[in-house]
Design a protein. Structure first.
Length: 120
């Protein structure tokens, strides 16, 4: 059909956008996203936003791009704390007795073997 417009492939446009930098940024972003999803088991995203405006008094268009990766983050480790009588965090349970005076008991020396051996 003669009236049907020929549509340029988006991939071809993307490879030329901003001298190929957007295509490269998306490729690296996708690679990082896949690694992060695999490492964390969580979902993430990679977003390309194109903003198109008409250049005043010309037939030209201005195309601005923005590549936004949202990489999943690994879970952070948690730590447990108590609160002392002054409201401060402490590692020691303030309700537990302090056992600073407890010492290790030395291991007794093994007794000599007093078993008799039979003569051959």
């Amino acid at each position: 059909d003669e009236d049907e417009a020929v549509v340029r492939p988006f991939a071809a446009f993307l490879q030329e956008l901003n001298k190929g930098r957007v295509h490269e940024e998306l490729s690296k972003g996708l690679h990082a996203l896949l690694a992060a999803v695999k490492a964390t088991g969580k979902k993430g995203s990679l977003t390309l936003t194109l903003t198109v405006a008409q250049e005043k008094k010309t037939p030209m268009l201005i195309i601005d791009d923005d590549v936004t990766p949202k990489l999943p983050k690994p879970d952070r480790t948690r730590s447990l704390w108590f609160v002392d009588k002054n409201g401060n965090p402490t590692r020691s349970d303030p309700n537990q007795l302090d056992f600073n005076s407890i010492q290790a008991v030395p291991t007794p020396v093994a007794a000599e073997d007093n078993t008799r051996k039979e003569a051959n």
